[in-house]
Design a protein around this ligand. Structure first.
Ligand code: AMP
Ligand code: GLY
Length: 431
């Protein structure tokens, strides 16, 4: 089977590794990614949105199934380029990816179809309406409608400390986008649930908890995600009924999208929050999470190429995972996320890594000669798995010494202390 992967990053690096196990991998990337390139039978370094060039390239290679990975490319309709040429696609068309790139679409679908888990929301396009919404709702989360790389949401009491600051941010977004999403501020523990979808049915992956804040103890600015952990079928603070509720929300969303003629094939990503009033939806994405993809794909037992082909054909096969615990920690350049130091050489002790049983996936890096250099974004992710979370965390932490360069990471992800705080938070909420 010939599979085409479009996009680069650590998430795509593990996708490439999984796909190349059972298929010939072809890849298209805007800049050469050393990890994906080395796993590919052939690769094309070209702008993926240049539809005539990438479409013809895929056609000429006789590709059996395509997977377009990153949100930006999905929002620009890169899947549609291949679908229009009759190539089976395991990623969503632009219109279906709207579940991510238009938060208004997602929220309105939830309200119209009575899908549970929707917070109180208002979409407004004037400052007067924003004022009214804020006085009705109270504590709020202010969100741009479109894609922002996970960095556009601001929360009252956290990032916005007075009514004036809230209104100023609403005004900034209205000027830029024409509207703004104002949501009730929720309190709870967040978790990610990802599912393979074939338009009608879904196969869930193990739940994961990501860490968006830059610094230990969840402090500092939001990032693309500093790391994540997973403990098999449930997270330590979840009960089976929470998972069932989240699954039902995802299944209903998939069904209602199909009913309105906007069938979703691809990875549906639910960002959920367990609150004192049950499960709430923070957002949907139309792709794997980064880093969450690495937690689940490390455990995948079914061949990913077979899963993708079955999704594209609308006949999803059963998907199984091993039950291990996983910890992913991102190494990021000094200065990240405000101003990550670019063009710094890094070196990797490949043998040490190999012997440790951990894996490294490159994020945003480039290669000159034999040397790998940083960019301002996340550099590389270390993935460790073990029967216990404690062992996985220790393995990930120990593996950091095999990567040298001006990089740092969050040391608390997956630790006993952090899990204890998560569980206490949920206990307090439920009390
Ligand atoms: P998003 O880009 O929608 O995933 O939001 C980024 C982060 O903002 C989430 O991971 C949450 O931590 C936080 N957030 C988003 N919506 C809300 C909300 N309604 N209440 C509280 N926090 C939120
Ligand atoms: N880790 C969060 C995301 O991929 O959106």
């Amino acid at each position: 089977m010939k599979v085409l992967l479009v996009g680069t990053g650590a998430r795509e690096h593990i996708l490439a590794e999984q796909l190349s196990k059972s298929a010939s991998l072809y890849s298209i990337m805007p800049k050469k990614h050393p990890g994906i390139a080395s796993l590919s039978e052939e690769f094309l370094v070209h702008d993926p949105t240049d539809s005539s060039v990438v479409g013809q390239w895929a056609k000429s290679k006789g590709i059996d199934v395509v997977f377009v990975s990153p949100d930006g490319l999905l929002a620009q309709g890169v899947t549609d380029t291949f679908a229009d040429l009759g190539i089976p696609c395991a990623s969503p068309l632009k219109k279906a990816a709207m579940i991510e790139w238009d938060k208004g679409y997602a929220r309105n679908l939830m309200r119209a179809k009575e899908i549970s888990g929707c917070p109180i929301i208002k979409i407004v396009s004037t400052l007067d309406d924003a004022k009214e919404a804020i006085s009705e709702i109270g504590e709020v989360a202010i969100k741009p409608i479109g894609l922002t790389g996970g960095k556009g949401v601001k929360i009252s009491g956290e990032h916005l400390n007075s009514e004036q600051e809230i209104l100023d941010y609403c005004s900034e977004l209205i000027k830029k986008d024409g509207n703004v999403l104002i949501e009730e501020r929720l309190d709870g523990e967040e978790f990610t649930l990802q599912a393979f979808c074939d338009g009608s049915t879904l196969a869930l992956m193990p739940p994961v908890q990501d860490h968006k804040r830059a610094f230990e103890h969840d402090e500092g600015p939001n990032t693309g995600g500093m790391g994540s952990y997973s403990t098999g079928k449930l997270l330590p603070f979840l009960e089976q009924k929470d998972m069932d509720e989240a699954k039902e929300i995802m299944q209903k969303t998939l069904t209602e999208m199909k009913n309105e003629g906007n069938s979703f094939t691809g990875i549906l990503y639910g960002q959920f929050m367990l609150t004192k009033n049950g499960i709430k939806v923070i957002e949907f994405n139309a792709r794997f999470g980064d880093p969450e993809a690495m937690n689940v794909l490390a455990l995948l037992k079914t061949q990913l190429s077979e899963v993708f082909l079955s999704m594209a054909e609308g006949k999803l096969i059963p998907v199984s995972f091993s039950n291990n615990c996983t910890v992913v920690k991102y190494l990021v350049p000094e200065g990240y996320p405000i101003e990550g130091k670019a063009d710094q050489p890094i070196s990797i002790d490949k043998e040490g890594l190999w012997n440790s049983g951990t894996k490294l996936y490159f994020g945003s890096v480039y290669e000159k000669g034999e040397t790998i250099y940083t960019t301002p974004s996340r550099t590389a992710a270390i993935v460790a798995q073990a029967e216990t979370l404690e062992d996985a965390e220790k393995a990930a932490e120990d593996a950091m010494s095999f990567v040298k360069g001006p990089l740092w990471h969050r040391k608390d992800i997956g630790t006993k202390d952090l899990i204890k705080r998560r569980m206490e938070h949920v206990r307090r909420l439920k009390a």
